[in-house]
Write a protein of this length. Structure first.
Ligand code: ZN
Length: 147
């Protein structure tokens, strides 16, 4: 078990602590940055897991990317894809739903595509989620070329 950033071997305590708090393997040097990000932006830990899942698949993405009006959980800039992790979709109110739709509209107007992924999907189907995002990226790339 090694740190996902620097590949440093993790001891039992380090590994357990990292998995308990972030759900990914990071050493004591690389953990604080993520912990701070979570505290500042209320980043769902599934966003961190997806970020590293994408990284493993060779896709560079940005965590908590500021698009000018709000912070996006994960952004893949080269295909203008924004990914938001839904953590409480089962309790969604009308107001949240219309806000989400409006945000999606603004993103589209700016040439960005926004997809929303339920956090449980990342928790239980990370590989499949990454595979589908790869497919979406492929589609977006073709679309961007067409314009
Ligand atoms: Zn490290």
């Amino acid at each position: 078990m090694n740190c996902l950033e620097c590949n440093k071997a993790l001891g039992y305590t380090d590994h357990k602590h990292s998995m308990d708090t972030l759900g990914v393997e990071l050493c004591s040097e690389h953990r604080p940055r993520m912990t701070k990000l979570i505290e500042t932006n209320k980043t769902p830990r599934e966003a961190i897991q997806l970020y590293y899942g994408l990284k493993e698949a060779g896709i560079p993405s940005m965590l908590e990317w500021w698009d000018g009006s709000k912070s996006i959980d994960i952004a893949i800039s080269r295909v203008k894809l924004n990914i938001e992790i839904d953590t409480e979709y089962h309790m969604m109110t009308h107001e949240q739903a219309i806000n989400d739709l409006e945000e999606a509209m603004h993103s589209f107007k700016n040439g960005f595509t926004t997809i929303r992924i339920p956090h449980v999907l990342i928790k239980y189907y990370l590989k499949e989620t990454v595979t589908n995002i790869l497919g979406i990226m492929e589609g977006l790339r073709v679309h961007i070329k067409a314009i």
